[in-house]
Design a protein around this ligand. Structure first.
Ligand code: ZN
Length: 423
């Protein structure tokens, strides 16, 4: 396995939820000399400095300030969340005095079938009350072992299962947690992972995740499969390119936002003021005027990086007749006339230029004209921070499965393009 793929899979394994993804990036940024800023404290920012700030512990913006005159901003945005199942309040459901299963609901639009018959576990954050001070504190938890399973119904009890099945999340998707002896132990287990007694847990945002580790495969190991490639593959590439890039004349911004999978309309999502607040606050703290900010904005460029669909070998008719991305053949530039993707002639030209400078291949994606596509964060973010933006992504298969597939060579292409963008 090449080093980039190895590091990508390690990054994803350390990031079972959006909270862990933010934490993984924070650790990497701190190791690289970045200073953490808090939204509820005064910021001290100096020329040549490098900083990061988080909101809700699930969205992160890292940025660097040029040592000389600032000419504008270079932003790469991706998302930290992936479709999964969220554990509800009062999660345990006892079944006939013999089983305990967990009550869950959907987060985002996942493919349900591949969640069955594979080891799952739980990760997320809990809000605990400190016994001494009574203060509330957020603690990350990850039950790092095979803990849960959603068993399929035997084919003998549903002979038509292979003719298509409509999943009812409340009935079909509840994971089995234990036998009768496990009753009332689930929240104790979570509390134990947080290092506090159960009664000190005041709130939680905990999710199921797939335990299967990432791997490379194929005739020449040219493919990789892993959970959450959408969009941690882009978040990883953005961070690597951001750290390696020269970042001389522009404010470089690595931005990873939560809640893309549920429409971005939260306090920490792309529709929020997080990016706007951060970049305007930097300008204010550095003594720039409102007009300086607007001049910088007009000379700025954003890459909205969210994975795209490669041509599927078994469903080749699902892709546009001409614009047909394949795995390992480069970064996908996404177009949509109705501006679900922000790419236009200008931003496509700028990004093609970046790819050519970086020496990396690019491909184009447009939905079939008779199929509605997905959405992403670029156009939503543009309603708050309006600047020239291109929507791109890495080509992948099985988007929103808990085990997605991509090409081993494409990650490096995006790292190289990000380096050129930030330079
Ligand atoms: Zn995505």
């Amino acid at each position: 396995m090449d080093t980039i793929t190895k590091n990508l899979l390690a990054f994803i394994e350390k990031s079972p939820t959006c909270f862990h993804a933010a934490e993984t990036m924070k650790t990497k940024l701190a190791e690289n000399g970045f200073t953490e800023l808090k939204e509820n404290e005064k910021w001290k920012i100096t020329k040549g400095g490098q900083y990061f700030v988080t909101r809700n512990d699930s969205s992160l913006i890292a940025f660097t300030i040029p040592a000389g005159e600032m000419k504008g901003m270079r932003i790469m945005a991706s998302h930290s969340d992936s479709p999964c199942f969220k554990v509800k309040e009062n999660p345990e459901i006892e079944t006939e005095g013999h089983y305990v299963k967990l009550n869950v609901e959907k987060y985002g639009g996942m493919i349900c079938a591949p969640w069955f018959d594979r080891p799952l576990s739980i990760a997320g954050r809990v809000i605990v009350r400190e016994p001494e001070t009574g203060k509330l504190r957020s603690v990350l938890v990850n039950i790092d072992r095979d803990l849960l399973m959603i068993p399929s119904l035997a084919i003998h009890m549903n002979r038509e299962v292979n003719d298509g099945y409509k999943y009812n999340v409340q009935k079909d998707m509840l994971p089995l947690y234990g036998d009768a002896a496990s009753k009332d132990s689930f929240m104790k287990l979570i509390a134990g992972a947080a290092g506090v007694p159960e009664e000190n847990i005041m709130g939680h945002d905990i999710f199921l995740y797939n335990r299967q580790k990432g791997c490379t495969w194929g005739a020449s190991e040219e493919f990789l499969s892993c959970s959450r490639l959408d969009d941690l593959q882009c978040a990883f590439a953005s961070l690597e390119g951001f750290l390696a890039g020269e970042k001389k004349h522009y404010m470089a911004v690595h931005c990873v936002l939560d809640n893309e999978e549920v429409g971005s309309g939260t306090k920490q999502g792309a529709a929020s003021t997080f990016l706007y607040d951060t970049v305007t606050r930097v300008h204010e703290v550095m003594g720039y005027s409102r007009e300086d900010y607007l001049i910088h904005l007009a000379d700025s460029f954003m890459v909205s990086a969210d994975n795209g669909h490669a041509v599927h070998p078994n469903y080749t008719d699902k892709t546009d007749p001409v614009n047909r991305p394949y795995l390992n053949e480069g970064i996908v530039i996404k177009f949509n006339a109705n501006q679900k993707y922000c790419t236009d002639g200008v931003s496509a030209a700028i990004f093609r230029n970046i790819c050519q400078k970086a020496g990396v291949p690019f491909q184009t994606f447009v939905n079939r004209s008779d199929m509605a596509g997905g959405s992403t964060l670029g156009n939503i973010s543009n309603t708050k921070v309006a600047l020239n933006t291109v929507d791109i992504g890495l080509p992948q298969l099985a988007m929103h499965s808990p085990y997605e597939t991509a090409g081993v060579r494409d990650t490096e292409y995006l790292i190289k393009a990000a380096k050129v963008l930030f330079a």
